[in-house]
Design a binder for this molecule. Structure first.
Ligand code: SF4
Length: 285
């Protein structure tokens, strides 16, 4: 038997973004997306086959196309460009991301030093940075945060607003907040735990799954931040494999005989892929 995580697969924000594109296509619109609509190569290919183009900027949108903004959101200057050029668009920014953008904008205007726990190169974080004129400090681990405060002692005295990328690791977030408050002695810190509930639930279930099975398979795009975090958490407790496709699974070397096996997936992994992988793993047991 394979123990399948209840939270495996699309989260609310990803499902919404895919539905936005699907509905536009069904209504006969030509559609393009600003970047890959989700971090799943299989879904991106399926949409490409249905005519969805991926563009890098507003200037690449063709006449008659509707531009879709993905769940990661974008920086304000993208909206300015859309309005200037007069492009039709649908905004699939996840409400959880929108809330961080709004909070960062408000706190930045209030004069706070903005700190973001996340990956500075991730599109969600790049979008958020646009709401504080790219003046936030970004760290991806406790070690990076320590380094940041070690180098810039003046930060301890400044009013700080701390938020996280929605898919950030919950444990690292908690240790970062406690470092700032208890160890660093920041005098004026306002922390907003903006890790979304979809991430928290997936990470919690991944920990339980990996503690109660010998082997766990994690399915999702290699470029998916939330899938990678789930894999890293599982790998702390058991033998874990991060696979993007059925082909990855077939190329791996493992023996599942007599072992308990868990299966989970990232928030951008489609159900059909989870079902395919599930069926294949069952055949190995
Ligand atoms: S992971 Fe969270 S923030 Fe990101 S799209 Fe899904 S629900 Fe929204």
């Amino acid at each position: 038997m394979v123990n399948l995580a209840k939270t495996a697969g699309f989260c609310f924000g990803v499902r919404n973004a895919v539905n936005v594109v699907d509905n536009l296509l069904k209504s006969g619109f030509n559609v393009c997306a600003l970047g890959y609509i989700i971090h799943s190569p299989q879904v991106v290919d399926l949409l490409k086959n249905r005519g969805v183009r991926v563009v890098d900027g507003v200037s690449e949108v063709k006449n008659g196309e509707v531009l879709v903004i993905r769940s990661h959101g974008v920086e304000p200057k993208v909206y300015e460009e859309i309005n200037k050029v007069g492009v039709s668009f649908k905004d699939a920014t996840c409400p959880f991301v929108r809330r961080i953008q709004n909070e960062v904008f408000k706190e930045y205007k209030n004069g706070k030093r903005i700190l973001i726990a996340g990956d500075a190169n991730h599109p969600e974080v790049r979008g958020i940075l646009g709401y504080c004129k790219n003046e936030a400090l970004v760290f991806s681990s406790l070690a990076e945060l320590k380094l940041l405060f070690g180098k810039n002692g003046y930060l301890k005295k400044e009013p700080v607003f701390l938020a996280a990328q929605t898919t950030f690791n919950v444990k690292v977030w908690e240790s970062s907040v406690s470092f700032l408050k208890d160890v660093c002695g920041c005098e004026n810190i306002n922390s907003f735990c903006s890790i979304c509930s979809a991430t928290v639930n997936r990470q919690n279930e991944a920990i339980l799954l990996s503690k109660s099975n010998d082997v766990v398979f994690v399915v999702g795009g290699k470029n998916s931040s939330n899938t990678r975090k789930i894999y890293e958490l599982c790998a702390e407790n058991c033998e874990a494999f991060f696979i993007e496709s059925l082909k990855d699974l077939e190329n791996l070397n493992f023996n599942l005989k007599g072992k308990s096996v868990g299966l989970t997936a990232g928030a951008s992994t489609p159900d059909f892929l989870i079902e395919e992988v599930y069926g294949k793993i069952v055949s190995y047991i």
